[in-house]
Design a protein around this ligand. Sequence first.
Ligand SMILES: Nc1ncnc2c1ncn2[C@@H]1O[C@H](COP(=O)(O)OP(=O)(O)OP(=O)(O)O)[C@@H](O)[C@H]1O
Length: 253
Amino acid sequence: MMTEPILQVKDLSLFYGKKQSLFDINMDFYPGEITALIGPSGSGKSTLLRSINRMNDLVPSAKVTGKIMYKDGDIYSSKTDMVELRKEIGMVFQQPNPFPFSIYENVIYGLRLKGVKDKAILDEAVEESLKAANIWDEVKDKLHSSALGLSGGQQQRVCIARVLAVNPDILLLDEPTSALDPISAGKIETMLLDLKERYTILIVTHSMQQASRISDRTAFFLNGELIEYDKTKKIFLDPKEQSTSDYVTGKFG
Ligand SMILES: Nc1ncnc2c1ncn2[C@@H]1O[C@H](COP(=O)(O)OP(=O)(O)OP(=O)(O)O)[C@@H](O)[C@H]1O
């Protein structure tokens, strides 16, 4: 049986003022898979990612045409509950952005916003989310210390735990390891591979090694167009387009 896509981008174009940054993108994303978005700087990868949880709404000049179907509805419909959407579609950025609170308070931030007060529920969410983010053992004895005292790699995993604590369906990761050392990056890659059964994961990366190590599908973008989107093996070993081949083999970037 074919798996149904969880998210469908249909004829999506995006303009920042007069400048068009995405051209008629069509893509399906599947549950239980990691999709890597690759392409040179300025090709539109982050713009697409930020369209999926409507982060671009924060840019006054941004205008979107087309649809993003999720759970039988268009994310761009006026009926979309933005708080709910951003809970179901969580986002992690390049620079870790913990709040200046304890590790514990960072992880339960979203649950507090939802009004959860029961300490047993909060304690359990903290332990589960930090375990899922592959950082529990490193922080379990200092949950009430400031998250700002952690290393960059640890902060990033706490930020991922913060997203996981509200139980999203989809994780959007915008170059989550590019500011980290290779060991920290490796821990995040291991974590993503462990998480993918339960989530749909989209990751923007400049690392071809990372895309080929962890993703099931890869999408190659150039100048705001989706040039090729296929199983990762196909993109790296036998791409259809010459520009894909040139990019993945490092001829330009
Ligand atoms: N807030 C914005 N206002 C105006 N133009 C923008 C804005 N954000 C992005 N752009 C433009 O949209 C195009 C696509 O940018 P985007 O950041 O999506 O590319 P990218 O592939 O993610 O690049 P990088 O790998 O450098 O992050 C670029 O030309 C960029 O200058």
